[in-house]
Structures are given as C-alpha cells and as structure tokens.
Design a protein around this ligand. Structure first.
Ligand SMILES: [Zn+2]
Length: 178
C-alpha cells in the first residue's frame, strides 16, 4: 500500500526543520545562542541530519537537538507526516492508516507532538505589532461528511511555532550575541 511516508523525502523534512527553527538561515547553538557554529558532518545513522559544533560553548548539536523530533526511533518524515495529518484534523486511526503504522504508535506520537506544542514558548520575543495566523484545513470526509463537519467546527489546526500557525513580530526578534 502506498502511504504518505513513501511520498515524503527525508532530506526535505530536514530542510523544513532547519527552516522552521532557524528561519533566517543562521544556525544558532540551542544551549548558548551563539551564531559561531561550524558544521561537523552528518549523523552516522541519519545521513540527512547535519551535526554542528558551537565555538561559544563547545557543545555539539544537530538539526533536531532540543526539538520534539530528537531521539525518536521513527524517521523524521514519519513525524512530519504525522504532524501534517494532525493539522488536517485526522483521527489517530486515520493517521495510522495513512502512515502505515499501528494505532498505539500513532497515539504516542500525537500525544508527544501535542505536548510539545503546549510546552513550546515562542522562540522570538514579541514586541510592537504582533500578528497571529492560524491555518485550518478540513480533511477529506472519507464517507463520513457529517462527522468531519462536526469535528471541523470544534477542531483547531495544529498550533505551534511554524507548524500550521505562525506567530511573528514585525518589529524585532531576539538576537543573541555570542
Ligand atoms: Zn553554544
């Protein structure tokens, strides 16, 4: 069976994570905030995951360090696919079908993603004029249009920094000096 995961490219998922966490393209150390960062090759087990070394605090980190995707068994594209389908308001059962996973795995994944979204504080310090955009997308009804319609009214999109919703400040974002 063709699943969404087969259509997603791991390399592009890593690109997306880098764009979301370092929107201006400047890689910053997650520990000390320094921009004095050098690349240190790719992860041995995950060829698309870039490793870095901070010249400020000498710590090593990679694309996923300190994100909800760090230290997970499933490939990044499975997590991104899951997040995407959560944004479409699909049930765990539907997500499991789409990703070719069992439902208890998906239950754990969606739980962790939701928890991360709740725990997340905006990365930028908001000041001045602040804009919030939310994206709501209704999923295909799969033969249950009424159920989807009901859920669509109550359901929100996946809200997090960069995932389905954006919070940004027009005036300034926190700049780290380092
Ligand atoms: Zn550092």
């Amino acid at each position: 069976m063709l699943t969404l995961t087969h259509l997603l490219e791991e390399a592009k998922c890593y690109d997306s994570v880098r764009r979301l966490r370092w929107a201006d393209g400047v890689v910053r150390c997650p520990k000390c905030g320094s921009e004095e960062v050098v690349k240190r090759g790719k992860d041995d087990a995950h060829p698309h995951r870039q490793r870095y070394r901070c010249k400020g605090c000498h710590r090593q980190f990679d694309d996923l360090t300190d994100t909800v995707f760090a230290g997970r068994h499933q490939p990044l594209r499975v997590w991104m696919g899951c997040l995407y389908l959560m944004g479409l308001n699909l049930s765990n059962q539907q997500i499991a079908q789409e990703l070719g996973l069992n439902q208890s795995d998906v239950h754990q994944m969606t739980h962790r993603l939701r928890q991360a979204i709740v725990d997340n504080k905006p990365e930028v310090q908001l000041s001045g004029e602040v804009e919030c955009d939310e994206v709501y997308v209704t999923a295909g009804h799969k033969g249950h249009p009424d159920a989807v319609k009901k859920r669509g009214v109550q359901g929100g999109g996946v809200s997090s920094k960069g995932f389905g919703a954006e919070v940004r400040s027009r005036q300034k974002s926190r700049r780290y000096s380092g």
